[in-house]
Structures are given as C-alpha cells and as structure tokens.
Design a protein around this ligand. Structure first.
Ligand code: ZN
Length: 243
C-alpha cells in the first residue's frame, strides 16, 4: 500500500552511466510517470562513467525524466580502506574468494542513500541494476541482499519502498536483448557508444560492444554478453564501426 508522501508510479534509479543502470533507466521510463536518477562518486578508478551520465540522460530525455542527484561518498569509501575498484591494486580473486574490486558495503550504502533521497522526494520505487546471474561475485548484488535491504530500509525509514532489480535473473546477453526490446537499435547504440563499463576507465579502445580495455572482468562480461546476443539474433548490425 502506498503511504501518504509516496507516489506509487514514481521511481529513483541508481544510475552510474554503465550498461546495466542505463538499461534500468529505460526500463523505469517505460513504466513510471516520474523517474529521477542518482549517481555516486566514491573514488572509483573509472570515474569517467560519471561523465557518461548526462549524455545518456539527454538521449533518454522525456517528460517523465526528472531530477538527477549526485552523492559524493569519496571520503567515506576511501576512509574505509582501499580496493582494486578505488586504487591501483591488481584485479584478482582474494583469499576469501571475492574479487579485489569488491568494495565492502558499497551497494548497501548506495541503497541507503537512495532511500533517503526517495524518502524526501516521495518516490516509492528504487531501481538498481544489480544482478546475480552473470556477475562478478559481489555478495551485495544478490537477490537476498536486496530483499533484506528493502526490509531494513522500510523498517528504518517507516516507508513502503519497493526495491526493483529488473536485471537480477538476466545474463548479459539477455540484458542486451532487454535494451533492444525497450528502445530498439537506437537505444542499443546509445548503450554501445555512450555508456561506460570498464573498471580501468579506458575509453580509448573501441570495440563493437563499446569502449573499454577489453580484458578486465567488467569488459569481459559486457563483451561476452554482446557476442552471445548478436550471435543468437539480436543486433541488426553487430559489426558496425562505432568509432
Ligand atoms: Zn576493462
């Protein structure tokens, strides 16, 4: 049940400027009458993703797209310790079996900050592009984590937020297919050209699936999904040169 102060069909999308959150933004714009976005600075090595946000928002602009919020967690995250996502540390698996790019608590902080904004803005739905199907093994991307956070946030803020994760059970090929379903080739090209995924922040190497180093785990997931999707049917012109 929607509470006073919350609008049922209004959403806040956690929007990083990457492929997944861009797909989530289009997904939310197709469903809800008011959609706002939030992005986080946290000292990420690929801070270039933040520069991708506004061009993507412009490409998706409609009467439904509202305010953009930026939250700077750089000092907070850096103060908690370094990871391969925020410092020049090798990207590998650590002794706990987790990638060194895992930033402990990051997504929990993101969801908490997002809920605080949604609380003030009267937005009932919080949309996150997390996924546990074809992912880097981050425990805070898991469905159970998000469900637990929904409960904690609703109790802690006395609201009835709905945390939505449209990509949770999709692999990367299916995420490309969803983009195509949502906006056709034009939107697929926005994702290829405008969004950023590479952990190393590389935007000088261009591939059919977009920019990136091509070898980091994020690039490999994106490229692998592109390959499987284009082979299976999807893209009208998979080899088109983008740059
Ligand atoms: Zn990369």
């Amino acid at each position: 049940m929607t509470q006073p102060g919350q609008t049922e069909d209004a959403a806040l999308v956690l929007f990083s400027g990457g492929q997944d959150s861009t797909t989530c933004l289009a997904w939310a714009l197709a469903r809800y009458s008011r959609v706002e976005t939030v992005g986080f600075r946290y000292g990420q090595r690929h801070a270039v993703e933040m520069d991708c946000r506004e061009p993507v928002r412009e490409a998706l602009a409609s009467g439904r797209l509202g305010m953009d919020h930026i939250v700077d967690l750089t000092e907070t995250i850096a103060g908690l310790g370094h990871t391969a996502m925020t410092a020049d540390i090798a990207i590998e698996t650590d002794r706990d079996g987790l990638p060194t790019t895992f930033v402990p608590g990051r997504n929990l902080l993101f969801l908490t900050c997002a809920a605080a904004i949604a609380y003030r803005r009267g937005l009932r739905r919080i949309v996150a592009g997390v996924c546990e199907t074809d992912f880097s093994g981050y425990p805070d991307c898991r469905d159970d984590t998000v469900k637990a956070m929904q409960l904690a946030l609703n109790l802690g803020m006395q609201r009835r937020f709905i945390l939505e994760t449209p990509l949770m059970w999709l692999d990367k090929a299916a995420t490309w297919a969803l983009a195509s379903d949502l906006g056709g080739q034009k939107f697929v090209d926005v994702i290829r050209e405008q969004t950023h995924t590479c952990y190393l922040g590389n935007r000088s190497l261009c591939h059919t699936w977009g920019f990136g180093c091509g070898t980091c785990p994020a690039c490999q997931l994106r490229a692998g999904g592109w390959e499987r999707w284009t082979e299976a049917a999807g893209c009208a012109d998979p080899e088109r040169v983008l740059c």
